[in-house]
Ligand binder design. Structure first.
Ligand SMILES: [Mg+2]
Ligand SMILES: [Zn+2]
Length: 179
């Protein structure tokens, strides 16, 4: 079984500096839903790992976060795919929790939930912390240039071996091409 771990904001949906606080504010990046469907149909299990500090900051509550994620799951299903699980860190940015990326807590939860070794599992993010959290557990880092990606691409701290793609659709093209 192949796995892929995706950040949410800036990878699947358009990010906002004002946070995604309602289902209406959640808008898919063109091609991302189809990319998830193609990966799913090719045998990948899709797991989302997302920092959602807006909960900890009181900008939206858990019911709203669930409603936002439900919209994403519904739209992915309409595109012909499925998301196997969504892991999130609800804690504020100044929290000392173990789950907020760049800490690898969510990735360790994923490994435990699915009883898998994450070595070499592609993890896709638009922020440095997404890649750092994945690399800490042996994932292969994929940076997309959507969301904060173009800025992240300039970082001197980009993990060694980071693969860079325009967007999630290009990541899917790459993973699904014969190689
Ligand atoms: Mg992001
Ligand atoms: Zn957390």
């Amino acid at each position: 079984m192949k796995f892929i771990i995706l950040d949410r904001d800036g990878v699947i949906n358009v990010d906002s500096a004002q946070f995604i606080k309602s289902p209406d504010e959640w808008k898919a990046i063109p091609g991302s839903l189809d990319a998830i469907a193609r990966l799913d149909q090719a045998g990948y299990r899709i797991v989302v790992a997302t920092n959602q500090s807006g909960v900890g900051r009181g900008l939206f509550d858990m019911d709203t976060l669930n409603a936002i994620n439900d919209k994403m799951v519904r739209l992915v299903a309409q595109a012909g795919g499925s998301i196997d699980a969504i892991f999130f860190c609800p804690h504020a940015a100044d929290s000392t929790c173990e789950c907020r990326k760049p800490k690898p807590g969510m990735f360790l939860q994923i490994a435990e939930r699915f009883n898998i070794d994450l070595a070499g599992v592609p993890t896709v993010g638009d922020s440095l912390r997404d890649l750092q959290a994945g690399v800490a557990v042996g994932c292969t880092p994929y940076l997309v240039l959507t969301g904060k990606g173009t800025k992240t691409a300039l970082s001197p701290d980009l993990p060694v071996g980071t693969k860079v793609f325009a967007d999630l659709a290009e990541v899917a093209d790459y993973l699904l091409s014969a190689k």
